[in-house]
Ligand binder design. Structure first.
Ligand SMILES: Cc1cc2nc3c(=O)[nH]c(=O)nc-3n(C[C@H](O)[C@H](O)[C@H](O)COP(=O)(O)OP(=O)(O)OC[C@H]3O[C@@H](n4cnc5c(N)ncnc54)[C@H](O)[C@@H]3O)c2cc1C
Length: 1023
C-alpha cells in the first residue's frame, strides 16, 4: 500500500457506517478459545498487580472515593478545574461555598479505610461546616473561624494542588527529570509532555515552542536523560492549526517540527506528536510527512505519532504510517492510544449536523479497533510499536500476540495504572514508558480535567477496576464477542446527528475539515451566477417589469453580483389584492398539506445548498462557515414549524359540562407582511415567511434592499415546493415598499426584524387608520448585548467565546457581543489574551476559506461605524488592519468607563470593555437591564450560584452561560428578546406560530337534538 492508497482508505472510512467498519476489524480482534484462556490468565495476573498497587496509593483511593457518579466527585472536579486560577479572596470563597456546600462529605469519611483520604475528607467536612453551618461546628470550628477564611482557602488550595500533582511529574523539566530518576521508577523511561495545548495567541505558541526546545536541551544534555523522550502537541504550536488555515499553518508547523526534530536527533532522543481532534488528523499527516521527507533527518528513527483507535480511520492510519515510513526510509514510533476526546467529538458531530460520527459509539468497538491496529503494528516493518493503555485485557492480549518479542513498548500515563507494568518491566523484560506531564498548575487544568473525566467515566477500565460492584468477568469481558453479538450496530442511545430531534430530520452540515468536501464547496461557490434566474419582484408568480437595479458585492462593490427589479407601488397593491383573494382558500387548506410544503422546501434548499451558500457569500458578505449555518437554520425553521403546525393546528376538544361539545381551532389571520433584514438574508426571511404560511396566511415578503437575490431564489424554491404563487408574493424594495405594505389595511399581521426605530415606525403605521383592526406586530429588534466574566472563568475559553461573539460575521448579528464586563482582578490577563487572539483573525474576501471576518454590508454601514470608531480613538485598546478592497471595518476593542457610556447599538465588529468589582454582580446586571434592551447576555463563571443569580436578575431573551452568545439553534435555543429588543414570541420556539394565528372556538349543544344520549349510555354501563 502507498501512502496515497492509505489516505484514500481513510477518507472512505471517515464517516462510514459503524457495522461496516467493524465487520472488517472483527476477524483480527477475535480470539479462539485456547488463546482467550491464556489471555485471561495473564490479564488476571495484571489485575492482581493493579489492585495491589491501588490499595497502597492514597491518591487512587481518594479518586475512587470521589468518583464522578457522586455529587462530591463532580464538586471536586469543578473545584480543581477552577480554584487555583482565582486571584481574589471574595470569589475564591464564593467558589468554595458553591462546590463544597452541597456535597455529603460525611458519607465518604465513614466508608473510606485510608487515613489520608479520611484526613482530606475531614478537611472538606470542616470546610462545609464553616461555609454552610457556622452555628453548629463546636470548638474546632471556633478555632478555625478565629483563624479566618484565609486558612480555609489555603487548605483547599493545598488539596487542589495535590490533586493536580498526582498527574504531573514536575513543575519544571528539571524537577521531572529528578522524579524520573527515583529508584521506584527504575526501569521505566519517560516521555515528557510540556503541558499546554490549544494556543490562543502567537505569543502563547512561541512560549510553548520555547518550552519544547528547552525540554529537549535539558533532557538531551542531562546525564539522567538517557532513553527519555518528548511529546508535543501541534495545537500548542500554532493558534490557527486548522484545516481552513492549512495553506499557512502546515508549512509553518513543518518548519517548527523540523527544528525540534533536528534537535532531538542531535541528542538521539525521540519526539512524538500527540493525537488531537479528528478534524485535524489529515493535516497532521501532511506535517509528519513534511518532516520525514527532510533529508537532514535521514537516518534518524525517532519521530513518533499517536494513533487513536476510537477513530473509524485508525487501521488505515496504521497502514499510512507503515507506507510513509517505507517511502521515506524511516521507522516511525507509533503510539497506539484509544483516544481522549470521545465526548467532545460526538458533540461536535451532532452540533455540526455531520452525516455520521468519525469514531465508534460503543466502548468495546474501540477495544476491537485497538486490537486490530495492534496486530498490524506488530507486523509492520517500518513501525516501532508503543501500546499505550491502562486496560489489563488489552495489555494481556498484546503480550499473547507478541510472544517472545520485545521490540516494542508499553506506555501508561503518570498517575494512572500504577502496578500495570511493574512486573512486566522487572520480571519479563518489556520496555515500558510513562507519559509524564510537566508544568505548573495554570497549564495543568485542561489536562487534569481530561484525566479526572477518564478516571470517573463508567465505561473506563480504570474506573471499573476501582468499582467494587464490577466483577472480574465484566472487567475482562471479550470486546470482540460483544461487538459480534450486536452486529457492530451503533450505540442505541447515540442517534446519528440527523436523528437528534423528535419528529424531524436535523439539517445537514458540511464537513469543511474534509478536503474533498472543501474542494467541492469552493469550486461550486466560485461558479455561482446570481442572475441566472432573472431576479425580479413576483406578483402571483409573475415577474414584473421595471428598471433593473444593481446588487452590490460587499467584498468588492466595484463588481456587482447582479441586478433585481424592485416592486412598484402598483405591484404592491396587486400583490395584496391577489393575496387577499387567496386567503380563505389557503386557510382552508389542511395543515398537513401546508406543513408538507414546508418540508419539501427544506429538502429543496438542501439540494440547492451550494447555490444558496454562494449567494450568502457574494451578496451578503458571509464567510463560508456562516453560510453553511445560514442554510441549516433556514432548513431547520421549515421542518420545525411543520412539526409544530401539525401539533398546534389540530382542533382540540375542551373539557366542559355534559351535553355540549367545545372545540378550539387555530386559523390564519389573513395576509402577513414579512419584512426581513440583510444579516440573515435566507434564515430570517424564510423563518418569518414559513411561519406565516404554515399558520394559514398568505404572505407578501419584502427582503432587505441589500440582499434580494437569495430571497428571490428562496421564493422560487417555495413555489416549486407547492406554495401557491398567489399565496406567496415577493416584493423586493426599500423603505417605500415596506411603508406601503404596513399602511395597507389588507395586511392583517406584520413580522419584522430590524432596527428598533423602524419597528416603532411600523407600529405607528399600523395604528394610523382608525377603521383598521388592531393587527399583531411580531418584531425582533436590536440589543446592547453584554457578557459578564468573573475571576473563576477560564481565560482561554472566555477569549475564544468573546472573539466568536463580537467579531465573527463582522459583528453583524443581533445577538453579537457589544459590551464585555470583566472582573477587574482578571481584566488585564483577559484583555492581553484577547488582543493576541484578535491578531490571529484573518480579514478578507469571505469566499476565501481562511477568512474569519468579512466586510460589512454596505458603504453606509461602513461609514457610520468608521465615524464612531474614529470618535472613540482615545479609548482604543486594540484594533486591526483591513484589506484595501471591500467594505471593511477594523475589529476594534474600546475601553469605556461605565456601562452607561454605551448609548446605542453599533452593528459591526466593535467591542467595548468595562470592568466590575467582586461583590457588585447584582448592580452590574441591574445596570445592563436599565439600558432597556433585552436580547442576549453572556456569563462566564464556574460558580453555579452566580449563574443562578444572573438567571434570576437578567431581563434578556437569551442568556448564554460559559459559551459564545451567537448561533441559536432552532428548537433548542428559541431566539428573540424583550424590552427594546422585541415583542416576542421567539423564532424557532414553540410559541412562535401561535402569534400568526387567530383562535376560534365552536361550542355545540349536543342535547338539542332531543336528549343527552352520551350521558344516558354512560349511566347505563355504570350501573
Ligand atoms: C502514554 C499515553 C499517551 C496518550 N496520548 C494520547 C494522545 O496523544 N491523544 C489522545 O487522544 N489520547 C492519548 N492518550 C489517552 C488515551 O487515549 C486514554 O488513556 C484512553 O482514553 C484510555 O484507554 P485505556 O485503554 O487505558 O482505557 P479503556 O478504559 O480500556 O478505554 C477507554 C477508551 O474508550 C473510549 N470510549 C469510551 N466510551 C466509548 C464509547 N461509547 N464508544 C467508543 N469509545 C468509547 C474512550 O474515549 C477511551 O478512548 C494517551 C494515553 C497514554 C497511556
Amino acid at each position: 500500500m502507498t501512502p496515497a492508497d492509505a489516505r484514500a482508505r481513510m477518507i472512505a472510512l471517515h464517516r462510514a457506517p459503524e457495522p461496516e467498519v467493524l465487520a472488517a476489524l472483527l476477524p483480527a480482534a477475535t480470539l479462539d478459545t485456547a488463546t482467550r484462556q491464556r489471555v485471561m490468565a495473564q490479564a488476571r495476573l495484571i489485575l492482581q498487580d493493579l489492585k495491589a498497587a491501588q490499595s497502597t496509593g492514597w491518591v487512587n483511593r481518594f479518586l475512587q472515593e470521589y468518583r464522578l457518579n457522586t455529587a462530591e466527585g463532580v464538586a471536586l472536579l469543578s473545584l480543581a478545574e477552577a480554584y487555583l486560577r482565582v486571584p481574589d479572596p471574595e470569589t475564591a470563597n464564593l467558589l468554595i461555598r458553591d462546590k463544597i456546600g452541597d456535597a455529603d462529605w460525611r458519607a465518604h469519611k465513614a466508608k473510606s479505610g485510608s487515613a489520608l483520604v479520611n484526613t482530606a475528607t475531614f478537611g472538606l467536612i470542616l470546610t462545609r461546616a464553616l461555609v454552610e453551618d457556622p452555628q453548629q461546628a463546636g470548638t474546632l470550628k471556633k478555632l478555625i473561624t478565629r483563624m479566618g477564611e484565609p486558612v480555609i482557602r489555603q487548605g483547599v488550595a493545598v488539596a487542589m494542588k495535590m490533586m493536580g500533582e498526582v498527574f504531573v511529574m514536575g513543575r519544571t523539566i528539571d524537577e521531572a527529570l529528578d522524579v524520573a530518576a527515583k529508584p521506584e521508577i527504575k526501569g521505566f523511561t519517560a516521555s515528557f509532555d510540556m503541558l499546554g495545548e490549544s494556543a490562543r495567541t502567537f505569543a502563547d505558541a512561541e512560549k510553548y515552542f520555547a518550552a519544547y526546545e528547552q525540554a529537549l536541551d535539558t533532557v538531551g544534555r542531562s546525564p539522567k536523560g538517557n532513553g527519555h523522550s518528548i511529546s508535543i502537541k501541534l495545537s500548542a504550536l500554532h493558534p490557527r492549526y486548522e484545516v481552513a488555515n492549512k495553506e499557512t499553518c502546515v508549512p509553518q508547523l513543518i518548519e517548527m517540527i523540523r527544528h525540534l526534530a533536528a534537535k532531538a536527533a542531535g541528542y538521539n532522543m525521540d519526539l512524538t506528536i500527540d493525537a488531537e481532534e479528528t478534524e485535524r488528523l489529515m493535516i497532521s499527516l501532511d506535517i509528519i510527512e513534511g518532516v520525514l521527507r527532510d533529508p537532514a533527518l535521514s537516518g534518524w528513527d525517532g519521530l513518533g505519532m499517536a494513533a487513536q483507535a476510537y477513530g473509524k480511520r485508525a487501521r488505515p492510519l496504521i497502514g499510512w504510517a507503515q507506507a510513509i515510513g517505507q517511502a521515506t526510509s524511516h521507522r516511525l514510533k507509533v503510539r497506539l492510544v484509544k483516544g481522549a476526546y470521545w465526548d467532545s467529538e460526538i458533540k461536535r458531530a451532532q452540533v455540526e449536523g455531520l452525516s455520521d460520527y468519525p469514531l465508534f459509539t460503543r466502548k468495546p468497538a474501540t477495544d476491537v479497533s485497538y486490537l486490530a491496529c495492534a496486530t498490524d503494528m506488530l507486523d509492520a516493518s517500518h513501525i516501532w510499536p508503543a501500546f499505550a493503555s491502562h486496560n489489563a485485557l488489552t495489555v494481556a492480549t498484546i503480550m499473547e500476540w507478541a510472544g517472545e518479542r520485545r521490540d516494542f513498548e508499553f506506555q501508561r500515563l503518570h498517575g494512572m495504572g500504577e502496578g500495570l507494568h511493574e512486573r512486566l518491566v522487572r520480571e519479563l523484560g518489556y520496555s515500558c514508558r510513562t507519559y509524564a506531564p510537566v508544568g505548573g498548575h495554570k497549564e495543568l487544568l485542561a489536562y487534569l480535567v481530561r484525566r479526572l473525566l477518564e478516571n470517573g467515566a463508567n465505561s473506563s477500565f480504570v474506573h471499573q477496576l476501582a468499582d467494587p460492584t464490577v466483577n472480574e468477568e465484566t472487567l475482562l469481558s471479550d470486546p470482540a464477542a460483544h461487538i459480534a453479538a450486536v452486529k457492530g450496530r451503533p450505540h442505541p442511545a447515540i442517534p446519528l446527528p440527523a436523528g437528534l430531534f423528535p419528529g424531524r430530520t436535523n439539517s445537514q452540515g458540511l464537513d469543511l475539515s474534509d478536503q474533498a468536501t472543501l474542494d467541492a464547496t469552493l469550486s461550486a461557490l466560485a461558479t455561482v451566477g446570481a442572475n441566472s434566474h432573472a431576479p425580479t419582484a413576483l406578483v402571483s408568480g409573475q415577474a414584473v417589469s421595471g428598471t433593473p437595479k444593481m446588487v452590490l458585492r460587499p467584498a468588492d462593490p466595484s463588481h456587482p453580483i447582479g441586478t433585481v427589479i424592485e416592486a412598484s407601488a402598483e405591484d404592491v397593491s396587486r400583490a395584496l389584492k391577489a393575496a387577499d383573494a387567496a386567503a380563505d382558500r389557503w386557510a382552508a387548506t389542511p395543515v398537513e398539506d401546508r406543513a408538507a410544503c414546508l418540508e419539501r422546501l427544506a429538502d429543496l434548499m438542501e439540494t440547492h445548498r451550494l447555490e444558496l451558500m454562494g449567494l450568502c457569500v457574494h451578496e451578503a458578505g458571509k464567510t463560508i462557515g456562516d453560510a453553511v449555518a445560514e442554510i441549516r437554520e433556514a432548513v431547520d425553521f421549515c421542518r420545525y414549524y411543520a412539526v409544530n403546525a401539525r401539533e398546534q393546528f389540530r382542533p382540540v376538544t375542551l373539557p366542559g359540562p355534559t351535553g355540549e361539545l367545545n372545540e378550539l381551532r387555530l386559523t390564519g389571520r389573513g395576509t402577513f407582511a414579512c419584512i426581513s433584514p440583510w444579516n440573515f438574508p435566507l434564515a430570517i426571511f424564510i423563518g418569518q415567511v414559513t411561519a406565516a404560511l404554515v399558520a394559514g396566511n398568505p404572505v407578501v415578503a419584502k427582503p432587505a434592499p441589500q440582499t434580494p437575490l437569495i430571497a428571490f431564489r428562496a421564493v422560487q424554491l417555495a413555489h416549486e415546493a407547492g406554495i401557491p404563487a398567489d399565496v406567496l408574493h415577493f416584493l423586493p424594495g426599500g423603505p417605500d415598499v415596506g411603508a406601503a405594505l404596513t399602511a395597507s389595511s389588507a395586511v392583517h399581521g406584520v413580522a419584522f426584524t430590524g432596527s428598533t426605530g423602524t419597528a416603532r415606525a411600523i407600529a405607528r403605521s399600523l395604528l394610523s387608520d382608525d377603521s383598521r383592526p388592531l393587527v399583531p406586530l411580531i418584531a425582533e429588534t436590536g440589543g446592547l448585548n453584554a457578557m459578564i466574566v468573573d475571576s473563576t472563568a477560564l481565560p482561554e475559553q472566555v477569549v475564544g467565546d468573546v472573539v466568536t461573539s463580537a467579531f465573527r460575521s463582522a459583528g453583524q448579528r443581533c445577538s453579537a457581543l457589544r459590551l464585555l464586563i470583566v472582573q477587574e482582578d482578571v481584566a488585564d490577563t483577559i484583555i492581553h489574551m484577547l488582543k493576541g487572539a484578535m491578531d490571529t483573525l484573518v480579514l478578507g474576501d469571505p469566499a476565501d476559506i481562511r477568512t474569519d471576518v468579512g466586510p460589512v454590508i454596505d458603504a453606509a454601514a461602513r461609514d457610520k461605524l468608521l465615524a464612531y470608531r474614529q470618535s472613540m480613538q482615545t479609548q482604543w485598546i486594540h484594533t486591526l488592519e483591513v484589506p484595501q478592497t471591500g467594505l471593511f471595518v477594523p475589529p476594534t476593542l474600546i475601553r469605556l468607563n461605565a456601562i452607561e457610556d454605551l448609548s446605542q447599538e453599533w452593528f459591526g465588529p466593535i467591542l467595548h470593555v468595562v470592568t466590575w468589582r467582586a461583590g457588585e454582580l447584582d448592580s452590574v446586571v441591574a445596570r445592563v437591564n436599565a439600558r432597556g434592551y433585552g436580547l442576549t447576555m453572556g456569563l462566564h463563571s464556574r460558580v453555579a450560584e452566580t449563574a443562578e443569580r444572573v438567571k434570576s436578575l437578567a431581563k434578556v431573551g437569551n442568556l448564554y452561560v460559559n459559551r459564545s452568545m451567537i448561533g441559536a439553534v432552532v428548537g433548542s435555543q428559541p431566539f428573540g428578546g424583550e424590552g427594546l429588543s422585541g415583542t416576542g414570541p421567539k423564532a424557532g420556539g414553540p410559541h412562535y406560530l401561535l402569534r400568526f394565528a387567530s383562535e376560534r372556538t365552536v361550542s355545540v349543544d349536543t342535547t338539542s337534538a332531543g336528549g343527552n344520549a352520551t350521558l344516558l349510555s354512560l349511566a347505563e354501563t355504570d350501573i
